[in-house]
Design a protein around this ligand. Structure first.
Ligand code: SF4
Length: 231
């Protein structure tokens, strides 16, 4: 199915006002909510390898689990060579209880080996090279490029996909379609920050089930497409 861009979105989306309203509401109403775990790892480490490790661990895993799991693994294996030298069993133990921890342990070890063998123990920055690593899809590759290298691209995870459709910016059936549609709509200066903003928005306000529409600072711009029960 081709991504459809709703006519409303083509008229004019006041991006600056909407995104500023979300950011202000998050700061003022939800000051105690932590930033997403991969963002926290990126701000502490300021290099691509920890971002890659944390992002692979984060798939289908709550932030409260991802952060500590990534820190445990990175403390034991701070470089690709060190990670490649660990057994899958050890990696799995270190990242437990992350979702699919055994599969991720295998992917992390195999990815670390490829980094050592093909990329001089460095994380590559091209989309093509990143997608060739085990356990790395477009979401992970874009986040590594965004947070590890400062390169633009839109990281579409479940929050970005859901909220972009609810708001009526896009009408898409998959994150890949949302990524393409947003790239055609969203001014480039927002490509990197949109992920962290919408992840935080999705965790605090626009939850998957029963979003908090009655207290939403972006409600006046939202089409609430597909929203059933809300608070
Ligand atoms: S109005 Fe409701 S559906 Fe729309 S962004 Fe706000 S919480 Fe989400």
């Amino acid at each position: 199915m081709r991504a459809r861009i709703p006519m409303r979105s083509l008229v004019r989306v006041p991006w600056a006002r909407i995104l500023a309203a979300m950011a202000t509401a998050l700061t003022e109403r939800y000051p105690d909510r932590p930033i997403p775990s991969v963002s926290a790892v990126a701000r502490r480490a300021r290099e691509p390898f920890p971002v890659l490790v944390a992002t692979i661990i984060s798939a289908r895993t709550k932030d409260a689990v991802t952060g500590p799991a990534a820190e445990r693994l990175l403390a034991a294996a701070p470089s690709p060579a060190a990670l490649a030298s660990l057994s899958e069993t050890r990696i799995a133990r270190l990242i437990y209880p992350a979702g699919f921890y055994r599969t991720k342990a295998g992917n992390l070890r195999a990815a670390a080996r490829l980094l050592v063998e093909r990329h001089g123990s460095r994380v590559p920055e091209t989309m093509e090279d990143l997608l060739a690593l085990p356990g790395v899809g477009r979401k992970t590759a874009n986040l590594v490029r965004n947070l590890g290298f400062g390169l633009d691209g839109i990281c579409v995870d479940t929050h970005v996909h859901r909220i972009s459709n609810r708001m009526g910016w896009v009408a898409t059936g998959s994150p890949a379609q949302t990524e393409r549609a947003l790239m055609a709509l969203l001014p480039r200066r927002y490509w990197i920050p949109i992920n962290e903003l919408l992840v935080r928005w999705g965790q605090a306000v626009c939850a998957p089930l029963a979003p908090r529409c009655s207290e939403c600072a972006a409600a006046r711009w939202c089409g609430r497409a597909g929203v059933g029960r809300s608070r």
